[in-house]
Design a protein around this ligand. Structure first.
Ligand SMILES: NC(=O)c1ccc[n+]([C@@H]2O[C@H](COP(=O)([O-])OP(=O)(O)OC[C@H]3O[C@@H](n4cnc5c(N)ncnc54)[C@H](O)[C@@H]3O)[C@@H](O)[C@H]2O)c1
Ligand SMILES: [Zn+2]
Ligand SMILES: [Zn+2]
Length: 382
């Protein structure tokens, strides 16, 4: 089969690889119909994630057709069209029993923190991902869901991560009625976080980024006020000025460890890898939220980011909430919101690439060229 493979930082190829096989009776093999590139894939692409091995196939957002099932699979049949959450999880361990699907204890021999993720290096289990013609789906009775007839394929693929993560970020914010919610980052995750904040009772939603096309998208798509941090000497001061000088009730951090906005920290942290990333956005969140407020972090961080203003968070009495998204837990309510048009994930899709052009797709998305917000990958178009 054809599959995207990692060849080193900023180097990807599409190569011939063995078609995945059933390795366990509860596996399924899915023929991928539509995949996406996530902001998280950029951390792999940039060589920021440890133990990203040569030859690894990325891709944790995908939908497709069940091509083969293992002997114990009961809920799926060959031919079913499925959407697959980015988490690989067993559904029955202590953590899964409590809905912590992203922290499943049975799927990742390499870590005690994160569970399994498709195509996300050996730090999350070493599973090959869905930017390929076929993918092996473990625990096929647990993760995948048949795509409802009414659901658009592009909404379905975005619900497997980006949209679910935005919604989860808003949920982690514990928004109370009338709250002022600031969303840092207007990528796919931040845009859906901003839409979701209204559904959870926000009175005001302010989105911060520095890419004009993304802020332009945030206004009609999420009815948000927008701030370009490049236009302000100190974005935290500006946020305070706009929120009675007290700060926002809730800040959702949808940026992660490769944040821009403080050149020194970005170069020292993200580029030279001295600090396990650059906590600029995290610190803006801690500084920009009011005392006693909540910071919800869905932006991705490595294990040890330094120079986080932890003492300020403590002294302000903040609530910090974070996790990788337990995607399937969000789906029942999200399906209703998508069906009713309250959440519109596919509105942020700007680009569609055939699998054979995936190296271009990564370059365009990573360098934020051509007003790219969310690129999709079409394996069959190749
Ligand atoms: N927790 C999870 O389960 C989960 C799931 C998906 C994505 N993520 C993470 O969420 C983050 C966002 O994902 P995405 O797909 O939207 O990525 P993206 O790269 O498309 O978007 C990130 C946005 O942040 C902006 N930005 C950079 N520095 C900033 C700063 N200091 N302040 C405000 N904005 C800033 C960028 O201009 C960009 O628009 C990434 O770190 C990704 O790894 C986490
Ligand atoms: Zn992702
Ligand atoms: Zn589990």
């Amino acid at each position: 089969m054809r599959a995207m493979t990692y060849r080193g930082p900023y180097k990807l190829r599409v190569e011939e690889k063995d078609r995945p096989r059933i390795e366990h009776p509860n596996d399924a093999i899915v023929r991928v119909q539509l995949a996406a590139i996530c902001g998280s894939d950029l951390h792999l692409y940039h060589g920021m994630m440890p133990d990203t091995r040569i030859g690894h196939t990325f891709g944790h957002e995908f939908i497709g057709v069940v091509d083969e099932v293992g002997s114990s699979v009961q809920s799926l049949q060959v031919g079913d069209r499925v959407m697959v959450p980015f988490n690989i999880f067993c559904g029955s361990c202590w953590f899964c029993a409590r809905g912590l699907y992203s922290n499943c204890h049975n799927v990742n021999a390499n870590a005690t923190a994160v569970g399994g993720i498709y195509g996300y290096s050996h730090t999350t289990g070493g599973y090959d991902g869905g930017q390929a013609e076929y993918v092996r789906v473990p625990f096929a009775d647990v993760g995948p869901v048949k795509i409802p007839d009414w659901m658009h394929d592009e909404d379905a693929v975005l619900l497997t991560d980006a949209a679910a993560t935005g919604y989860f970020g808003a949920q982690l914010g514990e928004i109370a009625e009338g709250d002022t919610v600031v969303v840092l980052g207007a990528g796919p995750v931040g845009l859906i976080a901003a839409q979701s904040a209204w559904l959870m009772g926000a009175g005001r939603v302010i989105v911060v980024d520095h890419l004009a096309e993304r802020l332009e998208k945030a206004r009609p798509m999420a009815h948000a006020e927008t701030l370009d941090y490049d236009e302000h000497d100190d974005i935290v001061v500006e946020l305070k000025r706009q929120t009675d000088h007290l700060g926002a009730d809730v800040v959702i951090e949808a940026v992660g460890a490769e944040a821009d906005g403080n050149c020194l920290m970005h170069v020292a942290g993200a580029k030279l890898k001295l600090q396990g990333g650059s906590p600029v956005a995290l610190n803006w969140a801690i500084d920009g939220v009011r005392k006693g407020g909540t910071v919800a972090v869905v932006g991705a961080y490595g294990p040890v980011p330094n120079a986080v203003k932890f003492g300020d968070a403590l002294n302000k009495g903040l609530t910090l909430r974070m996790n990788q998204t337990p995607v399937k837990r969000q789906w029942p309510r999200m399906f209703e919101h998508v069906r009713n048009g309250h959440l519109t994930p596919r509105e942020m899709v700007t680009h569609r690439f055939p699998l054979e052009a995936i190296a271009d797709a990564y370059h365009v998305f990573s360098a934020k060229l051509a007003r790219c917000i969310k690129p999709l990958i079409l394996p069959s178009a190749s």
